[in-house]
Design a protein around this ligand. Structure first.
Ligand code: ADE
Length: 314
């Protein structure tokens, strides 16, 4: 067949192309655009460093990932999951990804800098939270979970270290490196239940340990563990080692300390349910609404949750 011929490009077409590819009005950011400061956190494949955009003095947290290490340890897939999930999300309770770039050694993810650091630090410092604070933080975490699930994302490793606090002492969920993006099937429905990753021992759901399958409901199990921990000061399942912790989880072996408020106890008992489809919060939008309607959340105004001032800790 003859090669199709095209009319010569018009001048305006050429100008448009030049603007788009050669002189972009928004230049891609790079390492040189930031002044790096103190280290905020260190993981096995990454370091998070405070950074300032030299052009406007805005402050960020930059996650720097070592390319060689990621390739050697076969974690390329998880780095892509983190970038793809964060790129999909736009919610006050979830760390935002502003820019990504790379140099020969590293990948850079420019994120919100949550000034007050990890929720875990506050649990350790205070021992435990009062009911007002527990309710507020449980509500913000639940609101963030509701949003990510609405976007087809399961976090799979929710824990007080991955729940950061910003300058207003509001929640910012981070670390989507082990998240799962639910694929839509032919009917446009999400194929729930997926995959073999195991998160942090103390917050791992029984279905993940037994069936190697996590679903949206697995994030509600973790929420139950976190609410218990905010009140009791320690997670509900903690063994002498990982294996013992796993045994306690699959046997639902935990108890409430004296003075644990009954309404919180009722909620935790409905979240720490072995069968994920019987767990409060499961069953799609209606399930989440039932969870939000539990008496524990009495008095929470879900519509203005992210505009409200945080209650004073202590
Ligand atoms: N530690 C890890 N990630 C962080 C972030 N985005 N903000 C503050 N501290 C962090």
């Amino acid at each position: 067949p003859p090669t199709p011929t095209f009319p010569p490009r018009s001048n305006s077409e050429q100008t448009l192309k030049t603007q788009l590819s050669h002189t972009p009005s928004v230049r891609k950011k790079g390492v040189k655009d930031f002044e790096f400061g103190k280290t905020l956190g260190e993981g096995s494949y990454s370091t998070v460093v405070a950074a300032r955009d030299r052009s406007n003095n805005r402050e960020y947290a930059v996650k720097i990932l070592d390319k060689k290490h990621i390739i050697k340890e076969k974690k390329v897939k998880y780095v892509n999951i983190e970038k793809n999930t964060l790129n999909k999300m736009n919610h006050p309770g979830i760390v935002r990804l502003y820019y990504t770039f790379q140099d020969p050694d590293s990948l850079y993810f420019v994120l919100d800098h949550a000034k007050n650091g990890e929720l875990l630090t506050f649990i350790k410092k205070l021992g435990s939270f009062d009911m007002d604070c527990t309710k507020f933080y449980a509500s913000q975490i639940l609101s963030a979970i509701e949003y990510m699930h609405s976007q087809g994302v399961i976090h799979r490793d929710l824990k007080p270290e991955n729940i950061l606090l910003d300058e207003k002492m509001h929640v910012k969920v981070t670390d989507f490196g082990t998240a799962k993006i639910l694929e839509q099937n032919a009917e446009g429905e999400e194929d729930d239940r997926a995959n073999s990753f195991v998160g942090t021992a103390e917050y791992v759901s029984p279905e993940l340990l037994k069936e190697k399958a996590a679903c949206k409901s697995s994030d509600f199990w973790a929420l139950g563990c976190i609410i218990y921990q905010l009140i009791a000061g320690r997670p509900p399942f903690k063994g002498a080692n990982e294996y013992r912790t796993f045994q306690k989880i699959v046997n639902l072996e935990y108890s409430f300390p004296d003075g644990f408020p009954p309404v919180a106890r009722d909620l935790v008992q409905k979240l720490l349910v072995l069968n994920p489809s019987e767990r409060l919060g499961s069953g799609g939008k209606a399930g989440v609404e039932r969870l939000k309607a539990h008496p524990f959340f009495q008095g929470i105004d879900w519509d203005t949750l992210w505009q409200q001032p945080a209650p004073n800790l202590l």
